[in-house]
Design a protein around this ligand. Structure first.
Ligand SMILES: Nc1ncnc2c1ncn2[C@@H]1O[C@H](COP(=O)(O)OP(=O)(O)OP(=O)(O)O)[C@@H](O)[C@H]1O
Ligand SMILES: [Mg+2]
Length: 233
């Protein structure tokens, strides 16, 4: 069976004035449907760049990313946007919640944006319950703790039951209790719905929630023993 995510020789260079940053220098890997893969690597190794490319939020300069049979480079902007809304749940490191909306509306906005299918109210209740948010749904982000905001962001990513969940440091700003809630939810969702999960993290303990770990360094995939941070643990 074809892989669910297939990245081949993916390259991305940023230009800032005369400075060139080769953020991704030819990355190839594949992820099977239903796999939970962790991506680790030092700061600046290109993890977030990869996250944005896989999610169709930016374009690669070279190579290809195929997601569920679609070559992202061959889709029009409109097609890529549609694919993203329907198939991908994003969790960003900085939550990205809308400040004027309460938690319920911040979660429901993902439904409205995707605009497809019937709303599964029982599923909404279940994930908000599992994430400990049932009594916080009327709160705006400024009235929530950081951990609660990230749990709202995760509920927003999951509410559409997307085929793939992309998470960039979902536990980066959280204490161990909140991290555990987020990681358990990602794993539960992966196991119960067969969702493909790709999670970026700095934390070896969090990374171990995945079935497999991809190590990055200087815009490339390296073997675990070549990851200096990893050896320390
Ligand atoms: N928009 C941008 N413009 C220019 N350079 C960028 C941009 N985004 C990232 N970079 C550079 O590309 C490299 C990879 O950045 P990236 O954000 O992918 O790293 P990362 O592995 O996610 O790091 P961290 O763990 O700190 O989040 C870095 O050297 C960074 O300075
Ligand atoms: Mg990053």
């Amino acid at each position: 069976m074809a892989a669910f995510i297939e990245a081949k020789d993916v390259r991305k260079t940023y230009h800032v004035g005369k400075i060139e940053v080769q953020a991704l220098q030819g990355i190839s890997f594949s992820v099977q449907k239903g796999e939970f893969v962790s991506v680790v690597g030092p700061s600046g190794s290109g993890k977030s760049t990869l996250f944005y490319l896989l999610g169709g939020l930016t374009r690669a300069d070279g190579g290809s990313v195929v997601l569920d049979g679609d070559d992202l480079a061959k889709l029009s902007d409109a097609e890529r946007t549609r694919m993203r809304k329907r198939k991908i749940g994003f969790v960003f490191q900085k939550f990205n919640l809308l400040p004027t909306l309460d938690a319920r509306s911040n979660i429901m906005i993902a439904r409205e944006i995707a605009g497809n299918g019937n709303f599964d109210a029982a599923y909404f209740d279940r994930i908000t319950e599992l994430l400990g948010l049932s009594k916080r749904l009327a709160h705006r982000p400024s009235e929530l703790s950081g951990g609660e905001q990230q749990r709202v962001a995760l509920a927003r990513a999951l509410v559409n039951k997307p085929a793939v969940v992309l998470a960039d440091e979902p536990t980066g700003n959280l204490d161990s209790k909140n991290s555990d809630i987020v990681l358990q939810m990602l794993r539960r969702s992966n196991q119960e719905l067969g969702q493909t999960v790709l999670m970026i993290t700095h934390n070896p303990e969090a990374a171990s929630f995945g079935d497999r770990i991809i190590h990055m360094r200087d815009g490339q995939i390296v073997r675990p023993e070549e990851d200096p941070q990893w050896k320390a643990h």
